[in-house]
Design a protein around this ligand. Structure first.
Ligand SMILES: Cc1ncc(COP(=O)(O)O)c(C=O)c1O
Length: 166
């Protein structure tokens, strides 16, 4: 039985049914399991590893940065953050824009809605989300998600979200 089964909550499943194999490593598109098998990672480990697993250049870049500085708070500047923001603005073509870094998708969506509402107020700051969509697991992101499994667990009205009939 997988070690974390009794100690970790897993999303999108019945807890009692979860019993996935343990991944101990990876190389390129392959994942290595504890029991010696290897499996082709068809989801880029849920979209986060689209450069493959343990790509030598990615590993080297992470190592080099970690050896120099692992973390810097928002109160201080950091060259890697400045470089990344400049590159993102260049790629997006959003001249004169600014980048707000978040920790994940739901977080990003929450901030986007807050920024739009603050900048424009209603009705111009209206955010349209599609039926049958998923925007994350925070309360507002769940209210915006068209997927009924998420929206049914929150009160969209309390989040300022109007649900229109499909
Ligand atoms: C379209 C979309 N938006 C938001 C999210 C939420 O991202 P996170 O899990 O990083 O909060 C996801 C995650 O699957 C997503 O697919």
């Amino acid at each position: 039985m997988t070690a974390e089964r009794d100690t970790v909550l897993h999303s999108w499943c019945m807890q009692s049914a979860w019993n996935a194999p343990t991944v101990v490593g990876g190389a390129g598109a392959w994942l290595h399991l504890e029991d010696g098998r290897r499996v082709l990672d068809m989801s880029s480990l849920a979209e986060c590893s689209n450069l493959g697993h343990q790509h030598p250049r990615v590993v080297a870049a992470i190592r080099a940065q970690a050896e120099q500085l692992c973390f810097v708070t928002n109160a201080w500047g950091a060259k890697p953050r400045a470089d990344l923001a400049a590159r993102l603005l260049e790629l997006s073509g959003f001249e004169g824009g600014r980048v707000f870094f978040t920790l994940g998708g739901a977080d990003a969506n929450e901030h986007a809605v807050k920024i739009v509402r603050q900048a424009f107020g209603k009705p111009k700051g209206v955010v349209v989300a599609r039926d049958r969509s998923y925007h994350g697991s925070t309360h507002l992101a769940m209210a915006l998600s068209g997927d009924t499994r998420t929206r049914a667990m929150v009160d969209p009205d309390a989040m300022g979200v109007t649900v229109l009939p499909p």
